[in-house]
Design a protein around this ligand. Structure first.
Ligand code: PXP
Length: 240
């Protein structure tokens, strides 16, 4: 199972002062040195954290791979297609939200999404869709010709302590997506308490984790924060 670390919050801190530190590239390299398999950033339309210049700087510096999250809006799609990162993950975006809330609505946004998938795929980028863990949505995603889906773990991360339902939903969705030939990723709200449960589901091959790792890094450093997450994922994975 791959761990991609989302370093948006490093840029959030930098942008709080419109300063040059903390350095997003240095943080990403520290994640890699601690065992991250890739780095994820979200270039939002409002540029609240990651800035345009961060993308080529990261793409140039990384020894692993870059996964860029983006909304299906032409300006951003063109920018990402030109950069040609290893992976692009299409996500829904609303200006007033604190973070990405809910997965893509594949019924409503099908024209823009189809176009974005075509442009990104034509540029040679592995393309993924961030969706809720719902069988009908997975079936719709499979028709769009993407390589992967990232299952939204927000519901799970809010309810796992009270109820096992969201984990079972996630497990069913992951199995269904794999049976449909899609690579299965997951993320949102995963932390040092709940990630092990998701890592134990055999059908998921990539986790995208940001907030909890960057938050932990503030007290113990990025290297230790990533290393702890990397180790707990490894311990939780089913042995084959
Ligand atoms: N995956 C996607 C598609 C996201 O939008 C985010 C949040 O930026 C994450 C994963 C990471 O979520 P968190 O910061 O809660 O770990």
């Amino acid at each position: 199972m791959r761990l991609y670390v989302n370093v948006d919050h490093v840029a959030t801190l930098r942008q709080a002062r419109r300063a040059t530190e903390p350095d997003v590239v240095a943080a990403a390299l520290a994640c890699e040195a601690a065992g991250a398999d890739g780095i994820t950033v979200h270039l939002r339309e409002d540029r609240r954290h990651i800035q345009d210049a961060d993308l080529p700087a990261l793409a140039h510096a990384l020894g692993t791979v870059l996964n860029v999250e983006l909304a299906a809006v032409p300006e951003i799609v063109t920018r990402v297609a030109t950069l040609r990162p290893f992976q692009a993950t299409l996500v829904p975006e609303r200006r007033e939200e604190l973070t990405t809330e809910g997965g893509l609505d594949l019924g409503r946004n099908v024209t823009a999404l189809t176009h974005a998938v075509e442009v990104l795929t034509r540029a040679g980028i592995r393309t993924s869709l961030f969706i809720d863990p719902d069988v009908a949505t997975i079936d719709a995603a499979a028709t769009l010709g993407v390589s992967a889906v990232e299952l939204h773990t927000g519901d799970f991360s809010h309810t796992w302590q009270r109820s096992p339902t969201a984990l079972a939903t996630l497990a069913r969705a992951a199995r269904h997506a794999r049976e449909r030939g899609l690579a299965v990723h997951a993320g949102h709200g995963l932390d040092y308490q709940n990630t092990g449960l998701v890592a134990a589901l055999g059908d998921i091959e990539e986790l995208n984790i940001g907030h909890s790792i960057v938050a932990r890094a503030i007290t113990c450093g990025m290297h230790q924060a990533v290393r702890e997450m990397r180790d707990l994922i490894r311990r939780a994975q089913p042995s084959c």
